[in-house]
Design a protein around this ligand. Structure first.
Ligand code: PLP
Length: 404
């Protein structure tokens, strides 16, 4: 059964027609291992490199700085692991005690995706890095001065997401990046997880100053299972997968050429339409929130107010009187797909770590719903969603009253 109203774009975006067409063509026309020497392989290689060029252009990078990965999770894992190894490799070997004292620190925030937080826990548990968590305010904003205040001689990497996947907070990445550079004279790497920001807000790696950036294709209408890690030219940075010489020896494994072609097509479309789509989504976002508030005046908007500090595609609200997991089922029965917190935590019993970090109590976290919109979302769909949700909340309220 097709979902009538899809409002879970931050989890994954339906594929763009251009991406499907590019992949179909690649699958029909191109074969041969891109690393081989015969002519069909050259065609595969050419398409791979064309895709890399197209993607590089969207962020003002050079193609040599784009390393295809399997997605955002891999990019985040790579950035943290390689940064820890890089820092450890700079040291001499003068005994385990000295090594423990020199254990590289990684500064990040408590609202990162689990691809960052769980990787960091793993590095910490295995003694390879020490985690330092910066503060966030009640809207999930990071203070660049707070980040820089935590830098020590042990700091190897600062990793702050460009935009939050649950509450849509856009972080002051440029300011953080340049401050980290100034403070550390390029000894410390700055990584940003741009999985939710890429294709939604303009990115220019020269202007924005990051050394490393993770991106995923399926959040912008490309296929699942592909993304890239941007690695600034000149950054000494180890391989993630070892084996063949693919991705200039830094990420071994036969390349997925059709996926790269689909990613490039989706990226081109997303970036071309970005400004107009942002304006359109901003209007929808504002109207949707107003409609929700009309029916449920006591709801709480989680994250920053609507405006430049919030992604235009995100509405996250806590609705007193509902339990998010049950509300999702009611919405689903009404043909509406949404999410509680982030998709990755759906089904988990714990309240969202992001909402907890911004100071939401358990009740507020458990009643939080996330609606994320995209290119195919219409005002009519959002109007209908507000109606279905308000009716559901009213029903829950009257059941509560009857029970009392
Ligand atoms: N980082 C953020 C901010 C995300 O929202 C996600 C996916 O939800 C990821 C990383 C993981 O990306 P992928 O699904 O491509 O592994």
């Amino acid at each position: 059964m097709n979902q009538e109203i899809y409002l879970d774009y931050a989890a994954t975006q339906p594929m763009a027609a251009e991406a499907v067409a590019a992949m179909e063509q690649a699958m029909e026309d191109v074969y041969g291992n891109a690393s081989a020497v015969y002519r069909t392989a050259a065609r595969a290689k050419q398409l791979l490199e064309q895709s890399r060029e197209t993607i590089a252009e969207t962020i003002g990078a050079s193609p040599e700085e784009i390393f295809f990965t399997s997605g955002g999770t891999e990019g985040d894992n790579w950035a943290l692991n390689a940064a820890a190894d890089r820092a450890a490799g700079q040291d001499g070997s003068d005994g385990p005690r000295a090594a423990a004292q020199r254990r590289p620190q990684i500064i990040t925030t408590p609202i990162e995706h689990h691809a960052i937080l769980h990787t960091l826990s793993y590095l910490q548990d295995s003694g390879r890095a020490e985690a330092v968590l910066a503060d966030v305010d009640e809207a999930g904003r990071v203070d660049p001065k707070d980040i820089c205040g935590r830098i020590t001689p042990q700091t190897a990497l600062v990793s702050v997401m460009m935009a939050n996947n649950e509450i849509g907070t856009i972080e002051p990445i440029r300011e953080i990046a340049w401050r980290v550079r100034d403070a550390a004279q390029r000894q410390i790497l700055f990584h940003t997880d741009a999985v939710q920001a890429y294709g939604k807000i303009p990115i220019d790696v020269g202007r924005d100053g990051m050394d490393l950036m993770s991106v995923s294709a399926h959040k912008i209408g490309g296929p699942g299972g592909i993304g890239f890690l941007y690695i600034r030219q000149g950054v000494r940075f180890g391989a993630f997968l070892h084996g063949g010489m693919q991705e200039r020896g830094r990420r071994a494994g036969t390349e997925n050429v059709p996926a790269a072609a689909g990613f490039a097509a989706a990226a081109q479309v997303a970036v071309r339409r970005m400004e107009a789509e942002e304006r359109r989504e901003r209007t929808l976002q504002q109207t949707f929130l107003e409609e929700l508030r009309q029916g449920m005046p006591d709801l709480i908007l989680n994250g920053p107010p609507i405006g430049p500090e919030r992604l235009a595609n995100n509405i996250n609200v806590s609705i007193p009187g509902i339990v998010a997991d049950s509300a999702l089922i009611a919405l689903d029965l009404g043909g509406i797909a949404a999410s509680a917190g982030s998709a990755c935590t759906t089904g988990a019993v714990q309240p969202s770590h992001v909402l907890t970090a911004i100071g939401a109590d358990r009740a507020r976290a458990k009643s939080a719903l996330r609606f994320t919109i995209g290119p195919a979302t219409t005002a009519e769909e959002l109007h209908r969603t507000a109606q279905v949700l308000t009716a559901y909340r009213d029903r829950m309220r009257s059941l509560e009253d009857e029970a009392e």
